[in-house]
Design a protein around this ligand. Structure first.
Ligand code: GDP
Length: 451
């Protein structure tokens, strides 16, 4: 990307029909472009109703012009907003005119990149801007908004501060060996490390939960043919997209569908009915189902409430799922069995929910549990983390774990000091304190133009 001394322009609203379109400019030429375009020198933070004119002084459109002088603007530079009519044509003509007057077409994410470079946003906040635009559910949008407000950055900063305190002690001890002994003898260093590690682990856990919220909870439904897997999928998604039939073995392939359950994005995978079978195609489907289940966040094991002796899966297949995601056992068709909706726990502490995919009775017991697992409606701690955040948090956790081992094994403080230094800069990557140019390009190129 070019340096930020030029002026960039982009249509900030989506293309297509719409009442209003907003063209946004950022850079030093905003005022001169505004003056040439409208014949008016814009006042700071004042809404002017003006005519936007082309090079022959013909009116392209009429609308509002707003001017935000640097540094009190989104990008930290002079920013101009032109609000005109929506639709396919006029906004483009207006954009073309500003390019004629010296602006350059903005690249994806370039406004936010400038905001980052001018210290208006840190990297996590800039990413939150993109997440807000992309969010597919209420919780994801809220969580992204909290990151934009600085929540996540503050949590990272808190850990970095603890790390800095530790580093001061350790580096001090390196310079003054008599302090080294004292530091090791009082146990203060160990305690500081343990606390820091706990703080980081909590952050990672909340980030992992947020990761599920961002990607959506991946749920796999397993059970023998005809227990009602497709019916439950339909009931949750309130559509008729999965194939529902009473002939066993019809749902042979995996059907993945993204649905929203109480504001939470859920990727539901309906699987081939699991049963012993000689049919090659079906066997293949079952294999895929078990593979899908092994990587799912939640496995719904479904059985027929009328046939409680029926385990959801043959024992050998249960083995393949050992250690996989959270298991919820569903006893479906309670209407046929004459039972009430219920939530109980089995001997292993797994929830057992009695419901009917046909009447909908008990389905909210399931959706409540899913919401809990997916980050919960009001969970303020959840962080809508990206892969790169989690990766950095994990690296920092393992560095601190390594430091603890070093400390316990009395390995020289120099190595420990180095671990702490690297852990701090790893956390700095998250907020952009330690920014790598490639990383910036990668992050901002995924933004939409005009952001
Ligand atoms: P799958 O093979 O596990 O996907 O099962 P389906 O969803 O295709 O359902 C098999 C049959 O059971 C269909 O005729 C459904 O209408 C019926 N069914 C599913 N759930 C219920 C339920 O809760 N109550 C009743 N009465 N019938 C159900």
């Amino acid at each position: 990307m070019a340096d930020s001394t030029d002026t960039i322009a982009a249509i900030a609203t989506p293309a297509g029909r719409g009442g209003i379109a907003v063209l946004r400019l950022s850079g030093p030429a905003c005022v001169s472009i505004a003056a040439e375009l409208t014949g008016t020198v814009p006042e700071s933070r004042h809404a002017h109703f003006v005519a936007f004119r082309d090079s022959r002084a013909e009116v392209i459109d009429r609308g509002l012009m707003l001017y935000f002088p640097a540094p009190a603007s989104y990008t930290g530079e002079d920013v101009l907003e032109l609000h005109g009519h929506g639709g396919r044509t006029l906004p483009r003509l207006l954009l073309a005119r500003t390019l004629e007057l010296g602006a350059r077409h903005a690249e994806p994410g370039e406004f936010s990149r400038r905001a980052f470079l001018n210290d208006k946003l840190d990297l996590v906040q800039a990413e939150a801007v993109a997440d807000i635009v992309d969010s597919g559910s209420r919780q994801a949008a809220r969580s992204a908004m909290r990151s934009l407000e600085g929540d996540f950055s503050r949590k990272i900063d808190a850990v970095v501060e603890s790390l800095i305190r530790l580093r001061v002690d350790v580096e001090g001890a390196l310079d003054f060996p008599e302090e080294e002994l004292e530091l090791l003898e009082t146990g203060g260093l160990k305690q500081g490390l343990v606390e820091c590690l706990e703080q980081l682990r909590r952050l990672l856990e909340n980030a992992e939960r947020g990761g599920r919220l961002r990607e959506g909870l991946r749920i796999v439904i397993l059970g023998r043919p005809n227990v009602g897997k497709s019916s439950l999928l339909n009931c949750l998604s309130r559509s008729e997209r999965a194939i529902v039939t009473s002939v066993p073995g019809t749902t042979r392939d995996l059907i993945e569908e993204q649905i929203t359950v109480g504001g939470l994005t859920v990727n539901m995978v309906d699987t081939a009915g699991i049963r012993e079978t000689g049919d090659v195609i079906e066997r293949e489907g079952i294999d895929r189902a078990l593979n899908a289940a092994a990587t799912a966040d939640v496995i719904l094991m479904m059985r027929d409430a009328g046939e409680t002796r029926d385990t959801a899966l043959p024992e050998e297949q249960m083995q393949r799922l050992h250690g996989a995601g959270e298991v919820i056992i569903i006893n479906n068709k309670i209407d046929l069995a004459g039972e009430e909706a219920s939530l109980q726990y089995d001997a292993e502490g797994r929830p057992v929910i009695g419901l009917s995919a046909t009447t909908g009775a008990g389905v909210e017991l399931l959706t409540d549990r899913l919401l809990e697992l997916g980050g919960g409606e009001d969970d303020q701690d959840v962080i809508l983390a990206r892969g790169r955040h989690m990766d950095a948090l994990r690296r920092a956790v393992s560095l601190l774990e390594q430091s603890l081992v070093r400390l316990e094994e009395h390995i020289t403080l120099e190595l420990l000091a180095e671990d702490l230094r690297v852990a701090q800069s790893t956390l700095g990557e998250i907020t952009g304190e330690v920014a790598v140019d490639d990383l910036l390009g990668e992050i901002f190129s995924r933004f939409c133009i005009g952001k």
